[in-house]
Design a protein around this ligand. Structure first.
Ligand SMILES: CC(C)(COP(=O)(O)OP(=O)(O)OC[C@H]1O[C@@H](n2cnc3c(N)ncnc32)[C@H](O)[C@@H]1OP(=O)(O)O)[C@@H](O)C(=O)NCCC(=O)NCCS
Length: 292
């Protein structure tokens, strides 16, 4: 694969994402209307790997990141081409650079509408739709069903308590990512009969907070694991990315003041990514679009 790409009069080369000033990454995401703040970019750089497309004088025209979990699987995200150089091959070139570096892993990503045909043409297939619910959290939440079990807060040091549960829901062990997420998160676990059956995290991101990951066996558990954070966030801006379009979990989000504002499409290349089974743990809330 070519180490550079020619776009208009620019020759762009790939550079490690850690070698550029975070302000340039922030400008890139602002340019396409994304809410990431510099500290979100810094977090993502700690969580994964990435490249930027730079010209001869160090200007950044594109980015792409990948987040490997072991040798078999990685998620891809932060694929951006600056608006003035879009539709000229940079996005495709960035993805080909990422494929080389992902070393044959099974891949998954959450595609925007703008990128969907690019990913289809690169061999990704559609699996599900992700709904982004966001807004100012209402001061009073709707009534919630009776809780089966006990909710407890979990400290970041005890994150291994949720590792096995998360692996069953996510399909791959992502313990290192969970440990990083936990550093800045408020974490809640649901225990039932001495067993940990669900967890949720709430952390700062973008315009406010994101509640995710949320992992639970059923809607009722997911509702409690989410409501506990929504109560803390009353009057503040929050988002939840979920594959639940309708039903009790989506109703909770709507009745708590959040509105469904956009969708992205979960796609995979290689092994199928999502594998929902009844009464088995499921990811009700994503860690983030790039992290899944
Ligand atoms: C999605 C995105 C990364 C694509 O980058 P790009 O540099 O424009 O991509 P390319 O030029 O390699 O184009 C890829 C394909 O999409 C097509 N395409 C790109 N922009 C298009 C447009 N505005 N309308 C129609 N087709 C378009 C190209 O024709 C190309 O297809 P082809 O190779 O068969 O000709 C870019 O549009 C972007 O940054 N969008 C905003 C952020 C975003 O949504 N990122 C995706 C996150 S999952």
């Amino acid at each position: 694969m070519g180490r550079t790409v020619r776009v208009k009069s620019f020759e762009l080369a790939a550079k490690d994402i850690n070698e550029v000033d975070v302000k340039l990454l922030h400008a890139l995401s602002i340019g396409v209307g994304w809410p990431h703040r510099p500290k979100d970019w810094n977090f993502l750089r700690r969580a994964g790997h990435g490249i930027v497309a730079v010209d001869g004088i160090g200007r950044v025209f594109g980015s792409a990141m990948w987040f490997p979990h072991g040798r078999e699987f990685a998620t891809i995200g932060l694929v951006i081409t600056s608006p003035r150089t879009q539709a000229q091959g940079t996005g495709r070139w960035l993805m080909e650079q990422v494929f080389e570096r992902c070393g044959g892993r099974n891949l998954s990503l959450n595609s925007t509408d703008a990128a969907y045909h690019l990913y289809l043409s690169l061999g990704f297939t559609k699996e599900a739709v992700v709904y982004l619910w966001q807004g100012e959290v209402a001061s009073s939440l709707p009534a919630v069903p009776v809780l089966d079990g006990e909710l407890h807060s979990l400290s970041a040091e005890n994150i291994e308590e949720i590792a096995a549960l998360d692996e069953r829901a996510f399909g791959t062990n992502r313990q290192k990512l969970l440990a990083l997420l936990a550093e800045g998160a408020s974490i809640c676990v649901l225990r039932r009969g001495g067993e940990t059956v669900g967890y949720s995290m709430n952390r700062e991101f973008g315009r406010g907070h994101v509640i995710g990951p949320i992992v639970a066996n059923n809607d009722c558990d997911a509702i409690h694991l989410t409501a506990v954070h929504l109560r803390d966030l009353a009057g503040r801006f929050a988002r939840v990315d979920t594959r639940e379009q309708t039903g009790p979990f989506a109703d909770l989000l709507q009745q708590s003041g959040l509105a469904m504002s956009e969708t992205v499409t979960t796609m995979s290349k290689g092994r199928r990514f999502l594998n929902r089974k009844e009464n088995e743990p499921w990811v009700y809330g994503l860690a983030g679009h790039a992290l899944s």
